[in-house]
Design a protein around this ligand. Structure first.
Ligand SMILES: *Cc1c(COP(=O)(O)O)cnc(C)c1O
Length: 364
């Protein structure tokens, strides 16, 4: 088996930040503001394929103003985390799944696929070089952001012939610094995120650009996040911002919207579909309409709702606002099933629980 260093040339920075500077930056890292010392870059040229893989200093890019990503938006990304392990060392949660989804996203945008081995080698190399940036503090982690953009300098409406893959990393604070807090969500009935046949199941930058106005609308309604409905009937609940949704019923059943082609297939969602039955919970993929959501909360059949994704792991939804009115989920507080699943995932990710699925990849 080839190792990261066979595949990626190591050209570390001569001027990493000092331990004191790093400690100061990591004291309050926020999200996406504090980058580590290094990055991995890999180039692609049609005909030649992937080449010139290297770990270098984190530094600005030189990009031609005609670079195709700046005009037509060929850009895909991933998000995954490295966690300090209870027993020592660092491990990354299910990076193979991110590598596969990255390639599905790339294929949808007519971009080249990156060999899974190279994706994983990039993760290994960066976490090894920047291991000191993996936080020791409970609840913090090192967020890894792989992405790929079209760099060919040609303003033409076609798939580019040149691309750049980059991997950067940020130590991140807990999503809920003061402890888990229920979110209030806004049902977006005017804007839609994705339609069948579109790019909804690809993790592409454009999906986010198209969602910002709805997110701003949600904020102006005093909400934390947007909940997206299907594009055709504007009834069926799809997902929330950058997270998937689960509905917990009083009879113990869990429901998550099925992957219709318009939802992003979350890796935390997939993990919960596997873990929940192991905890004795019944879980199904199906559909729920916005009016059913409201009625089932009113009748007491629906007791908890939560969102899941890499950034927050699990975030409870306490209240819903919409143009037709507002309602509360359960008693508006994080419910026991939500908290139990959240604890189970976090225990696994921080190496406090057994890992029967082999989901944690040791790195560094
Ligand atoms: C990334 C993402 C998710 C969550 O995916 P995870 O792999 O669980 O982090 C959900 N919805 C959207 C729109 C996303 O971009």
């Amino acid at each position: 088996m080839s190792t990261a260093t066979d595949l990626i040339a190591l050209q570390p920075t001569a001027t990493p930040r000092s331990a004191e500077e790093r400690a100061a930056l990591m004291a309050d890292p926020g999200f996406g503001r504090v980058h580590t010392d290094h990055m991995v870059a890999i180039r692609y040229t049609a005909g030649q394929g992937w080449h010139d893989a290297r770990l270098t200093a984190y530094e600005p890019l030189v990009l031609d103003p005609s670079a195709m990503v700046l005009h037509y938006g060929q850009a895909v990304f991933e998000g995954l985390k490295a966690y300090r392990q209870e027993g020592g060392g660092t491990a990354v949660f299910r990076p193979e799944e991110n590598a596969r989804r990255f390639n599905r996203s790339a294929a949808r945008l007519a971009m080249p696929e990156l060999p899974e081995e190279l994706f994983l080698a990039a993760v290994d190399a960066l976490v090894a070089a920047d291991g000191a940036w993996v936080p020791e503090v409970e609840g913090q982690s090192l967020y890894l952001r792989p992405f790929m953009v079209a760099t060919e300098a040609a303003v033409g409406m076609r798939p580019a012939d040149e691309y750049l893959f980059l991997l950067i990393a940020f130590p991140v604070a807990p999503f809920f610094p003061g402890g888990v807090r229920p979110l209030t969500v806004w049902l977006s009935e005017e804007y839609v995120r994705a339609a069948v046949g579109g790019t909804g199941e690809a993790k592409c930058a454009g999906n986010y650009a198209g969602s910002l106005l709805a997110q701003r609308e949600a904020a102006s309604q005093g909400c934390d996040q947007v909940v997206w409905l299907d594009a055709v009937e504007r009834r069926w609940v799809e997902e929330m911002g950058g997270m998937n949704l689960f509905f917990v019923f009083a009879d113990g059943r869990l429901l998550t919207p099925a992957l219709t082609g318009t939802l992003l297939p979350g890796i935390v969602r997939d993990s919960l579909l596997q873990i929940a039955p192991e905890l004795g919970l019944r879980v199904e993929e199906g559909r729920i309409a916005k009016e059913e959501w409201r009625a089932a909360c009113a009748s007491g059949e629906l007791v908890e709702v939560f969102a899941c994704g890499t950034a927050a792991v699990i975030a409870p939804v306490g209240a819903v606002r919409s143009a037709q009115g507002d309602w509360t989920v359960g008693d508006g507080q994080p419910g026991p099933t939500t908290l139990r699943l959240r604890a189970a995932l976090l225990d696994l990710q921080y190496g406090r629980a057994a890992d029967p699925h082999g989901w944690m990849r040791p790195v560094g």
